[in-house]
Design a protein around this ligand. Structure first.
Ligand code: SF4
Length: 128
């Protein structure tokens, strides 16, 4: 398969054509739905679009809306999410590129990236 680009990634979506099912799922259902994301070839494109366009509902790129809010709050200055997700050496970006649940709350809470938490044990900006 050719590398999907920013314009055509949806045709490679593993969830197609059912992505809309994830938009109104409850928390337990979202966790099940997002499992397919971690094997999706366009996950980073999907997540970048959700972050850049402010998608407020559903699972996108393997993250629930709550997880995306935490990610957005962790980097209020970020505007080029696609580039950051694709190329950044930031530990959080590397974590998000891995084909598994990034456990974003635990990652930020544990202070594995002190740039976001400000200490090794205390969350910043109400990240919970
Ligand atoms: S990452 Fe998940 S929600 Fe996004 S296109 Fe792939 S399967 Fe669908």
């Amino acid at each position: 398969m050719n590398e999907p680009n920013a314009r055509c990634w949806e045709r490679y979506a593993r969830c197609a054509p059912t992505h809309s099912d994830s938009l109104f799922a409850n928390n337990a259902e979202q966790k099940a739905i997002r499992e397919i994301c971690f094997d999706c070839p366009v996950r980073m494109h999907c997540l970048a679009q959700a972050l850049e366009e402010g998608m407020n509902y559903g699972v996108w790129g393997g993250l629930t809306e709550r997880e995306r809010r935490v990610l957005l709050r962790s980097q209020p200055e970020q505007s080029r999410w696609a580039e950051w997700l694709r190329r950044s050496d930031d530990p959080l970006a590397r974590r998000l590129r891995e084909p598994r649940d990034p456990a974003i709350y635990r990652f930020l809470r544990r202070g594995q990236n002190q740039k976001y938490t400000g200490s090794s044990s205390q969350p910043k900006n109400g990240i919970d």
